[in-house]
Design a protein around this ligand. Structure first.
Ligand SMILES: Cc1cc2nc3c(=O)[nH]c(=O)nc-3n(C[C@H](O)[C@H](O)[C@H](O)COP(=O)(O)OP(=O)(O)OC[C@H]3O[C@@H](n4cnc5c(N)ncnc54)[C@H](O)[C@@H]3O)c2cc1C
Length: 280
């Protein structure tokens, strides 16, 4: 989906063209941050692009299958994440120049890209959250082990009240995120992704932020070792940080939650505003 030239957190901006020519579609555009594209096992891309720029906003985009070895597909480079290249998986920039694929490669039909994205991204997001919670658990475990084993100024660091506070807060935040993830998963299973959209958006904000905070404390607990590769913490921090951007930045998900919340309390024209009852 993502393209260097446009703000891709708003998928209506995606500009890559997919044009019908006879029995084929011809694709032109540049994508980047395409995870997995560097892996030699990656043989096919699902590409989102515009089939009809004149159609209503959410019906302009389509998804199409593009075999990686099609003429005109040029994987330019992997983009590093805080210096990590994530090889061989990679997050690549790919140029598509007059890439021709059979018309039957279109998924569902023209103009249905958003529909596919909506259905597919919810489950993908909760998956990220589950892994973020695992990362936070690991960071807390490492942090506690270090605090219990290191002595400074005559006592174990774990005996300092600031660290007790952080350990407790980490446990509270992780369990909060875990329970909200479970709620989102339960709703996806029982009432479907559409109705669970607020819970999916909430957990997509909460879980990576919780993991980020716990990782930050864990790194602090390890002192200089925390920012080196002596522990997995620095790598975990770098990967987790991307989750606050990838699959929709925090702000976009917060915006979705706020819209749904505000809509619950929207009064219709002529309807009295329900004001809180106050006493003087
Ligand atoms: C490690 C990694 C892997 C990725 N893998 C993939 C992949 O496999 N496939 C793929 O298609 N993409 C992938 N992405 C790209 C990712 O999905 C996009 O970076 C993301 O959607 C944001 O798009 P953008 O980078 O164009 O940022 P922009 O859309 O330019 O947004 C920049 C910033 O603007 C702010 N912003 C945007 N909208 C709002 C708003 N409504 N309110 C307030 N602030 C706002 C946010 O702070 C946001 O971070 C990956 C990214 C990373 C870092």
């Amino acid at each position: 989906m993502t393209e260097p030239a446009v703000a891709s957190s708003d998928a209506t901006n995606i500009a890559t063209r997919i044009e019908r020519q006879g029995n084929d579609y011809v694709i032109n555009g540049t994508k980047w941050w395409i995870s997995g594209a560097g892996d030699p096992r990656c043989k096919i891309f699902i590409l989102m692009g515009k089939t009809d720029p004149e159609a209503p906003r959410h019906q302009q985009q389509s998804m199409i299958l593009v075999p990686a070895d099609t003429a005109g597909v040029d994987i330019k480079r992997p983009l590093p994440v805080f210096g990590y290249d994530d090889a061989p998986h990679g997050h690549c920039e790919i140029v598509f120049e007059n890439v021709r694929v059979p018309a039957s490669n279109i998924l569902l039909g023209e103009g249905r890209g958003f529909e596919i994205a909506q259905g597919r991204l919810g489950p993908g997001r909760i998956h990220h959250c589950m892994r973020a919670i695992g990362v936070a658990e690991r960071a807390l475990e490492l942090m506690c082990k270090r605090l219990n084993s290191r002595v400074a100024f005559g006592r174990r660091i774990s005996e300092q009240s600031i660290w007790r506070e952080r350990v407790a807060e980490a446990r509270i935040q992780i369990d909060t995120a875990r329970l909200l993830t479970l709620k989102a998963a339960y709703m996806m299973d029982t009432v479907g992704n559409k109705i669970a959209k607020a819970e999916i958006a909430m957990i997509k904000v909460l879980a990576p932020n919780v993991a980020q905070q716990v990782l930050d404390w864990a790194i602090q607990a390890y002192g200089a070792a925390g920012v080196s590769d002596e522990t997995p913490l620095a790598t975990m921090w770098a990967h987790n940080r991307t989750l606050r951007i990838a699959d929709g930045p925090d702000e976009v998900h917060r915006n979705a939650v706020a819209k749904l919340e505000l809509a619950k309390h929207m009064s219709l024209p002529g309807e009295d505003l329900e004001l809180p009852v106050t006493r003087s």
